[in-house]
Ligand binder design. Structure first.
Ligand code: SF4
Ligand code: FES
Length: 331
């Protein structure tokens, strides 16, 4: 059973409190300390004892079982209690068809699982539940569980999404949901894809501010204030969490692997539009090639699936327009 802070202070503290106070009284008497020193010493010792209890709790009590395990069992207990009373607790049993990539056969193999979800369960919650109770070999990548790290990107009912931001009941229609890995990236195992090439493309566009004075960052003499207008030029594009969903959705990436892809191009615009960056036109030259901006067919699928509203399709059109404008101005 999960023990709480309440049990720490109602059971352990009174059990230890009386002997500890007697011990403190004896020590301070033996040392013939002044009343101020006694209070000071007592506070320090009490602090150490509380700290010790907290460490004890962290190491030996809370870690007996992972939090998720306890959480899931509580959820099941609640569902069972409601069902016993003939009430609806809002939870539902949902069938998951998981298309798992088998690296040995290099094929996607469908497997069916059934799990109980409540109305706030996400696809990631349900997959972790399946992994815990039915098949712990199921490979999933995730980290933050809150749409920040971009690790849990996958395809749910044919749409590239973040599993931790996709509600199961809203996407399971007749009680069934289909989950598969993103096919726009090389597959590793089950739902996990390889991001090496994706990160390499991101790195290739110099995704950082470039200043002419390279020593400046070690001895900056001033701040670089920006107006609201300057900020708004690049802010939307800076929200990219590198989840790779736009790349998976892009029809051009899927037919022409040498196309650099919407994520990297959106980041070119992000740094080109930043008033602090001094790489200037060289950023445009970097992507003014057939396999870069000019390969984009403006399908817009990247912007439709982006969970952060980055709008890579718009960023690419801004780059194209800027390249053409510079070209005309230069002639
Ligand atoms: S642009 Fe959007 S969809 Fe593409 S990697 Fe960044 S956050 Fe993900
Ligand atoms: S787990 Fe971090 S975005 Fe889903």
């Amino acid at each position: 059973m999960r023990r709480s802070w309440v049990s720490i202070f109602t059971v352990y503290a009174p059990m230890l409190g009386v002997p500890v106070l007697l011990f403190l009284y004896m020590i301070t008497n033996l040392l013939h300390l002044s009343i101020v020193s006694r209070i000071f010493l007592s506070l320090i010792m009490l602090g150490l004892i509380v700290f010790g209890l907290m460490s004890f709790r962290d190491v030996f009590i809370d870690r007996e079982k992972p939090y998720n395990y306890i959480h899931l069992n509580e959820r099941e207990a609640t569902a069972a209690a409601y069902q016993e009373k003939g009430k609806d607790d809002g939870s539902r049993s949902v069938e998951f068809e998981v298309k798992r990539f088998n690296p040995a056969t290099k094929m996607l193999e469908s497997e069916l699982f059934r799990t109980r979800v409540h109305r706030f369960s996400t696809v990631l919650d349900a997959l972790l539940d399946i992994k815990e109770k039915e098949d712990n070999t199921l490979a999933i990548r995730y980290s933050c569980r809150m749409g920040i790290c971009g690790s849990c990107a996958m395809v749910v009912n044919g749409k590239p999404v973040l599993a931790c931001e996709t509600n199961v009941l809203q996407n399971s229609g007749e009680g069934r949901i289909v989950v598969s890995p993103m096919l726009g990236h090389p597959l590793l195992k089950d739902l996990v894809t390889d991001f090496d090439d994706f990160f390499e493309r991101h790195r290739s566009i110099k995704p950082h501010l470039v200043r002419n004075d390279i020593e400046e960052k070690y001895s900056a003499q001033k701040e670089y204030p920006q107006s609201r207008e300057e900020l708004s030029k690049y802010l939307p594009f800076s929200y990219c969490i590198m989840c790779g969903l736009c790349v998976d959705a892009c029809p051009v990436v899927n037919t022409n692997p040498s196309f650099i892809g919407p994520q990297a191009l959106a980041q070119v615009q992000r740094y080109y539009a930043d008033s602090r960056d001094q790489l200037g036109d060289r950023r445009l030259e970097m992507v003014d090639r057939l396999e870069d901006v000019w390969d984009c067919e403006f399908a817009g699928a990247c912007s439709l699936v982006c969970p952060k509203g980055v709008d890579p399709a718009f960023a690419i059109q801004l780059l194209k327009a800027e390249i053409v404008r510079k070209d005309i101005a230069g002639k």
